[in-house]
Structure formats: structure tokens, C-alpha cells
Ligand binder design. Structure first.
Ligand code: PSU
Ligand code: MN
Length: 306
């Protein structure tokens, strides 16, 4: 895959740099999920466990973040601990925030969009996370559509996720991805998963049965010269699935609370995640952790076949 030259801002860790040089499989991981997506200390424990899962499946983890104005791919345990402990004091950084943070030498927790950018600049083509951003419910009025979707349209990185939460409008999110030519693949499923639940009522574009088949599709996509990425949707393991209707109730309540408190913009996703976790008494957090680990394992298997 074509990569852009390293520049003053790009700082892969020594291990990631050596792995790139040696052509070893690497999996990018995001940091908004650490600083804004889960409470301390579960966030740090999870981030470290996810890295172990990637290693156990034969790839090198590259957790990404902006640290003192540098684009990091591969963090030390101390850096992960710092991000997790600081939590929301670290700004959530999507594409539009990057130049500011770099120019000010500040820190940022990277979203799916900005992690894809760092991964691509380093030459990493597979990325694992929990859920991607999407078209928010009520987007007809609010215009709230995550920059993650535009990034998937223009940056050649495959994102392994458990689908999208129904805090978003799943149907509109899939329509948007179709318009921008982003393939949505289901790992061993024809149905697009809804994060906590294996089913959403929506279909994926293609059911893929093996990591090999996914890797072959990605290579074909990029051989075509397409600049975009792909969504690899991996349903939450059945034993950790939460009941759709129960989650739907929590989500409705969380959305009502957001409306009442007039939470908007980049604050809305972290607000809804925290509300849902509170409303489900931590049950959603346990599912969230397990699905991220499962995605990390699949991403490592795909990266090993690229
Ligand atoms: N969805 C989740 N968990 C998350 C996020 C999304 O289920 O932690 C995070 C990801 O970092 C994602 C970001 O890229 O939120 C999207 O935020 P926004 O909708 O503001 O673009
Ligand atoms: Mn938004």
C-alpha cells in the first residue's frame, strides 16, 4: 500500500517502526475509547488486554493517540495509563482537531477517523475498535453525521467493529456508506450487528466467512486504486450479547436525557455511552470489553493475511 513519507509529526513507536520495516502484521487501535468511552481503571485494563489479544493472534498492536503534538502509533503502558487516568481531560480528536493539536503540541484521544489517518500515514491497513460513529438519530434536523464515515470514504484502512450502536440511525448510516462506496462486510453473518446485539434487522453488503477472504477483498479494493476503506462488522460473541429490546430502552432513556440537557456535537457520543452504562448497571461495559477483544482477534487474523 502506498504510504506518505514520515514527517516531523509522525511518531510510530520503535516496535511499530521495526514491524513496518520487517513487514510484520500490525493492528491499529484507537484511544477515544480509552479516554472517553470507558471509566478508569477498566479503560486502561481493557486497552492493555486488547493489545495482548492482538499479540496472541500474531500481530503487533499500534494504539494511536496524539501526545504532545505528535501522532503516535504504539503507546507505552505509561502513556496508556496517562490517557486512561486523564479521561475526558484529554480532548477527543477527530480529523478537524488534528492540525490544532499538532500546532499547539497538545494531547488528543483519537477517534476512528483520526486513528485511520495515523494508521494510513504509517502504512497500517487494519484497525480494530468497538463501534464506529455514524449518522445520528435526528440527523435530518441536527446534521450530526460522524466524520468517521467520510474517513472511511477516503482513507484506505479496514475498520473491524461490532457494527454501530442504535444510539445512531443504523439504516441511514448504511445508506451513507453505500453512497460513498464503502463496502460493509459481515464476518460470518449476513446481518449487520448492532454493537451489544448480534442483530439489527439490516443486512451487510457481503457475508465473509474467513479472514483470508476479507484480506483478499481488501487487496482487490486497493488494487482498484480506490482510496477508501471498508467496514468489517464482527458480531459480539453470543455469550456476551445483550438483549436488543432491553438495550433499546436504555438507549431511548439516554437520548431523552441528552435532549433534556441539550448535549450536542462531539460531546453527544461519550454522553450517551456513559448514560447507557449507568442505566444498564455496568452490563453494557462488560459486553463492550468482550466485543473489542473479539474484534482485535479478527483484525490480527486479517492483518496476518494482507
Ligand atoms: N461508538 C462507540 N464507542 C465509542 C465511539 C463510538 O460505540 O467509543 C467513539 C469512537 O472513537 C468514534 C467516535 O470514532 O466515538 C465517534 O464520535 P463522533 O460521533 O463525535 O464522530
Ligand atoms: Mn457528531
Amino acid at each position: 500500500m502506498a504510504t506518505e513519507p514520515f514527517n516531523e509529526f509522525l511518531a510510530p513507536s520503535p516496535e511499530v517502526r521495526a514491524s513496518l520495516h520487517d513487514g510484520k502484521p500490525i493492528v491499529a487501535l484507537e484511544s477515544t475509547i480509552i479516554a472517553h468511552g470507558m471509566p478508569y481503571p477498566k479503560n486502561v485494563e481493557t486497552a492493555l488486554r486488547v493489545e495482548q489479544v492482538v499479540r496472541a493472534h500474531g500481530a503487533v498492536p499500534a494504539t494511536c493517540a496524539i501526545v504532545q503534538g505528535r501522532l503516535k502509533a504504539g503507546l507505552s503502558t505509561a502513556e496508556i495509563e496517562y490517557l486512561g487516568k486523564s479521561g475526558t481531560a484529554i480532548p477527543k480528536a477527530s480529523r478537524r482537531d488534528m492540525a490544532y493539536l499538532l500546532s499547539q503540541k497538545k494531547d488528543g484521544a483519537t477517534t476512528v477517523a483520526s486513528t485511520m489517518i495515523i494508521a494510513y500515514r504509517c502504512g497500517i491497513s487494519v484497525f480494530a475498535t468497538g463501534g464506529i460513529g455514524g449518522v445520528h438519530r435526528g440527523a435530518r434536523q441536527s446534521f450530526d453525521i460522524s466524520a468517521d464515515l467520510q474517513e472511511l470514504a477516503q482513507t484506505p484502512v479496514a475498520v473491524v467493529c461490532a457494527g454501530v450502536k442504535s444510539i445512531l440511525d443504523i439504516g441511514l448510516t448504511l445508506e451513507y456508506l453505500e453512497t460513498f462506496g464503502v463496502p460493509v462486510l459481515g464476518y460470518q453473518t449476513a446481518e449487520f450487528p448492532a454493537f451489544y446485539s448480534r442483530k439489527s434487522g439490516f443486512q451487510v453488503d457481503y457475508k465473509m466467512d474467513s479472514p483470508e477472504a476479507i484480506a483478499r477483498l481488501l487487496k482487490a479494493q486497493w488494487a482498484l486504486g480506490f482510496k477508501g476503506g471498508a467496514v468489517v462488522a464482527n458480531p459480539v460473541p453470543a455469550e456476551h450479547e445483550l438483549e436488543f429490546s432491553k438495550m433499546e430502552q436504555a438507549i431511548e432513556k439516554a437520548l431523552a436525557a441528552a435532549e433534556q440537557k441539550q448535549v450536542k456535537g462531539k460531546a453527544i457520543t461519550p454522553f450517551l455511552l456513559a448514560e447507557i452504562e449507568r442505566l444498564t448497571g455496568g452490563e453494557s461495559l462488560a459486553a463492550n470489553i468482550e466485543l473489542v477483544c473479539s474484534n482485535a482477534a479478527l483484525a490480527a487474523a486479517v492483518a496476518g493475511r494482507m
